[in-house]
Design a protein around this ligand. Structure first.
Ligand code: FPP
Length: 247
């Protein structure tokens, strides 16, 4: 007797529950450029376009929070030319977001230590946050000069000072109190973190918040990342069995 295997239904976004918060480590810009004999900065330029496309797509499909890792506290070690090129791309995006996205629903936030940025950058950061704060759509967190350890160290310093000043009792320190001191305060932890370019590392991204995040490592360089790749990650995520330490 012939045994017919029941064809497995191909899942689409309509069949699955989407993550509320996605984190993306936008990795592989340098390798993308190298493969083409181009300067690394060309990879970042194309990577910035990919960022625009993927952020818009996440908002369109109903993702509530998206955090992109754009520049880490360690990325200052790169050659000045590369750092300058990335800063120029941030500036271009922030100016565009203020001027061209006025009717947008996306709430723009910047996470990381912003005190190091020059005044013109700070003004753009603050204007973007101010102009978008009353919107009701997806929250887009752009991690710039962000480091997970740096974020935790700062939270601990604030807490130590509050204990010293008698504002907080040591016995009241818990997960929630620390979460509220992170840059992402008030937002849910990321459900899914996507890392393109095939590297199996967290690279200091959302260390506190990613305790129970599902990772999806993808073999595609960020400038080549397509909306179809995001769909693949979302479908992969939907198949995971999240237990949060339970059974
Ligand atoms: C990591 O790839 C990428 C970065 C450190 C920079 C990311 C910046 C952008 C995508 C552009 C600007 C973003 C905004 C928000 C406008 P890599 O350079 O480490 O790649 P590699 O591992 O292949 O060398």
């Amino acid at each position: 007797m012939a045994i017919f295997k029941k064809a497995e239904k191909k899942l689409t976004l309509n069949d699955i529950v989407l993550p509320e918060h996605i984190g993306i480590i936008m990795d592989g810009n340098g390798r993308w450029a190298k493969k083409r004999g181009l300067p690394r900065t060309a990879g970042h330029t194309v990577g910035a376009q990919t960022f625009r496309k993927i952020a818009r797509y996440c908002s369109d499909i109903g993702i509530k929070h998206l955090t992109v890792y754009a520049f880490s506290t360690e990325n200052w070690k790169r050659p000045k030319e590369e750092v300058d090129a990335i800063m120029k791309l941030f500036k271009e995006y922030m100016i565009e977001a203020i001027n061209d996205f006025q009717d947008d629903s996306i709430v723009v936030k910047f996470i990381g230590d912003r005190t190091v940025f020059p005044d013109d950058m700070l003004e753009l950061i603050e204007k973007n946050e101010h102009d978008s704060k009353d919107r009701t759509g997806m929250v887009l967190n752009i991690a710039m000069n962000y480091g997970g350890r740096d974020e935790i160290v700062n939270a601990v310093k604030t807490l130590a000072k509050d204990v010293k000043d008698g504002k907080v009792d040591v016995n009241d320190i818990d997960d929630k109190l620390l979460s509220d001191l992170m840059y992402t305060s008030g937002q849910p932890d990321p459900d899914l973190i996507i890392r393109p370019s095939g590297e199996y590392r967290t690279s200091n991204f959302l260390l506190w918040q990613s305790a129970y995040s599902e990772y999806c490592i993808m073999d595609v360089l960020w400038p080549d990342f397509k909306t179809e790749d995001l769909d693949k990650a979302l479908i992969e995520f939907a198949k995971r069995n999240r237990r949060f330490g339970g059974i």
